[in-house]
Structures are given as structure tokens and as C-alpha cells.
Design a protein around this ligand. Structure first.
Ligand code: AMP
Ligand code: ZN
Length: 106
């Protein structure tokens, strides 16, 4: 999606470093961290939010990506958050899963 900031990041437009990536998703640091560690797991395929996702395989792969990146970074305890819709605080309308650890303010 041309107007989507996360699609642009996935496309490499801003040179954002990926701390992890696989066939389904990329993972990068949140620009405005709300915890000591604050990562975003972002599907390569654009979907506005969880409400628009009907691909069970992708949903499963995204959650497995959370687990894999946590393991890679040695985070055995962490919180995952998915904001769905404006009223829930969703600001970027490209589905993403927050991974947070340490002094969480979210
Ligand atoms: P949400 O409120 O769930 O939509 O979360 C969007 C998150 O994306 C916020 O925590 C922002 O700080 C983060 N964010 C916005 N723009 C960028 C960016 N260019 N690079 C990394 N994180 C970003
Ligand atoms: Zn997008």
C-alpha cells in the first residue's frame, strides 16, 4: 500500500534495521519505545488490522515469529499487544504486534 508507513519500512524506504525477519514478517524497534525493549512484528503483506485478517496461517506465523524473535533475543518473559481500531489506540493501520519487556508503559 503506497501510503502506508509500515509498507514503506518493509520496502526499505527508510533504511530501518530489521532485528529479525522471515518469509512472513519483519521485526524492528519501535521509534517511540514504551518499554526498555519495544519491538514491532509486522506482516510483509498489508492488512489494516486484526479485524481485516482472515488468513489463519498468517496469524499463526505471526505469533510464531513473536516466539522466535523473543528466543533469539533471550526474552523469556515479555508482553504482546495488538491494538485494533482507533478507540483501542491503533495509530498505524498496518497490522502489527508489539513485543514489550522492562518498565512497560503501554
Ligand atoms: P499502534 O498504536 O498500535 O498503531 O502502534 C504504532 C506504533 O508504531 C507506535 O508505538 C509508534 O511509536 C510506532 N511507529 C510509528 N512510526 C514508526 C516508525 N517509522 N518506525 C518505528 N516505529 C514506528
Ligand atoms: Zn502497510
Amino acid at each position: 500500500m503506497t501510503d502506508c508507513i509500515f509498507c514503506k519500512i518493509i520496502n526499505g524506504d527508510f533504511g530501518t534495521e530489521f532485528v529479525y525477519e522471515n518469509e512472513y514478517a519483519v521485526v524492528f524497534n519501535d521509534i517511540n519505545p514504551k518499554a526498555d525493549t519495544h519491538l514491532l512484528v509486522v506482516p510483509r503483506f498489508h492488512v489494516d488490522s486484526l479485524n481485516q485478517l482472515d488468513d489463519e496461517l498468517l496469524l499463526g506465523k505471526l505469533m510464531m515469529t513473536v516466539k522466535d524473535v523473543a528466543k533469539k533475543l533471550g526474552l523469556n518473559s515479555y508482553r504482546t499487544v495488538i491494538n485494533t481500531g482507533k478507540d483501542a489506540g491503533q495509530e498505524v493501520f498496518h497490522l502489527h504486534i508489539h513485543i514489550l519487556k522492562g518498565n512497560i508503559k503501554l
